[in-house]
Design a binder for this molecule. Structure first.
Ligand SMILES: Nc1ncnc2c1ncn2[C@@H]1O[C@H](COP(=O)(O)OP(=O)(O)O)[C@@H](O)[C@H]1O
Ligand SMILES: [Mg+2]
Length: 378
């Protein structure tokens, strides 16, 4: 896929020039970061969290800060303390190599990091220095070591920590408590924790016996404004002489439960299918059906590990955009399962990310296009 400015990109992390709208939100978040705040950025999956923080916010922080050292670490599906430690170690090493590629700086860093599980190697061919995280030493306190290295680094550099899919630490015994006790010492360091599961959010940050109780400012990323999508779409449609108005985009966004990834996926498909016209809602609906038709193999594959009750659950969910609760009587009745059985399936589907929960709206199938597949192919 080419990645010119005028393409619609989806299922990928975007650069800032590809990011549509959210300007005031970006400015607010940037301000909180510059103030050294701890922030939990919540939005459902595929809403643009990683692109926003890993690229836009990080770039601005680097531009506006003296001796910046941003560290981005993704905790998606972590399964043990060792795994957490390895990811943190790799993230620190990656950042060193990016921000201190010069030999002399790396050498001076060595005095800071020699006690941690890192090695500095000199590349025989280029003569350049390179930091590597060395996992698997016998030290049982490795995670604490990496975390306390962050504290040491924070005295010399301006750190920005970005922890993606932070909620996945919840499933690793003692991980949150260990993180909390070290992170709270980083008093002036901005920390962004990206979060995509609504339910765990209140359990971890608002529950008074959770280690992260009151630790961070909660920040919800809203949908992209329709007014921002209008120029974004029309700019990308220009080469095929398509146009789209605000009302049609409003419908398109609604059909996607405002998930930007699906909005862009439909944008890309419209551009392939049509030219020389003003897009109507009927064009959008036909295009959705065509995408669903083309992707049926891949959707079937995604659903294949699920049990028949789980698939049935999703099919019934797909009939509505949102289900208020798994305990909703009509919902349980159409599933013909017990309330506790229904809840158990729902919680598993939430955990594996097939279902998302939205504040004030309820539960929905995470990928809106998969929802249309389930609706149309029983
Ligand atoms: N502001 C935006 N403008 C354009 N596309 C966006 C925007 N936010 C998200 N997207 C779409 O969503 C996709 C996933 O973005 P990503 O940052 O990985 O989301 P998340 O981390 O929330 O899952 C992108 O490839 C893009 O298609
Ligand atoms: Mg992400």
């Amino acid at each position: 896929m080419s990645t010119t400015e005028n393409d619609f990109l989806y299922n990928t992390v975007l650069q800032s020039r590809q990011y549509c709208g959210r300007n005031s939100k970006i400015a607010e978040l940037e301000k909180l970061v510059m103030e050294g705040k701890k922030i939990v950025v919540y939005a459902p999956r595929r809403y643009g969290k990683t692109s926003l923080c890993q690229n836009i916010i990080k770039e601005r922080f680097v531009k506006n800060t003296k001796s910046p050292l941003p560290i981005y670490c993704d905790f998606m599906d972590v399964n043990s303390l060792e795994d957490i430690n390895d990811r943190l170690g790799d993230a620190i090493a990656l950042s060193f190599n990016h921000f201190f590629p010069v030999k002399s700086t790396l050498k001076s860093l060595f005095s800071l990091i020699k006690n941690a599980s890192f090695s500095i190697n000199s590349n025989a061919l280029t003569g350049e220095m390179d930091v590597q995280f060395v996992p698997g030493s016998s030290d049982k306190l490795k995670l604490e070591k990496n975390l306390s290295l962050l504290l040491t680094l924070s005295k010399k550099y301006n750190l920005l920590l970005i922890f993606d899919e932070f909620q996945d630490l919840y499933y690793v015994n003692t991980a949150l408590a260990k993180m909390r006790s070290q992170l709270q010492q980083l008093q002036k360091t901005p920390i962004i924790m990206l979060w995509s599961k609504k339910k765990l959010l209140s359990e971890i940050f608002a529950h008074n016996n959770s280690p992260f109780f009151n630790f961070a400012t909660e920040y919800t990323l809203p949908p992209v404004d329709i007014a921002d999508w209008v120029p974004y779409f029309n700019k990308r449609f220009k080469s095929v002489n398509l146009t789209i108005d605000k009302e049609t985009l409003k419908e398109l966004s609604l059909l996607c439960c405002h998930v930007p990834n699906s909005i862009c996926e439909i944008g890309a498909a419209l551009k392939v299918r049509l030219k020389n016209k003003a897009i109507t809602v009927a064009d959008v609906l036909e295009t959705i059906l065509e995408i669903v038709n083309q992707r049926q193999q891949s959707y079937r594959f995604q659903l294949s590990p699920l049990s028949s009750n789980e698939k049935k659950f999703l099919r019934i969910m797909s009939e509505k955009a949102f289900v208020s609760s798994f305990l909703n009587k009509d919902f349980i009745a159409s599933l013909r399962l017990s309330a506790s059985g229904t809840k158990k399936i729902g919680e598993r589907l939430l955990k594996i990310g097939m279902i998302d929960e939205e504040e004030g709206l309820g539960l929905r199938i995470s990928n809106p296009l998969l929802r249309y597949f389930l609706m149309t192919r029983h």
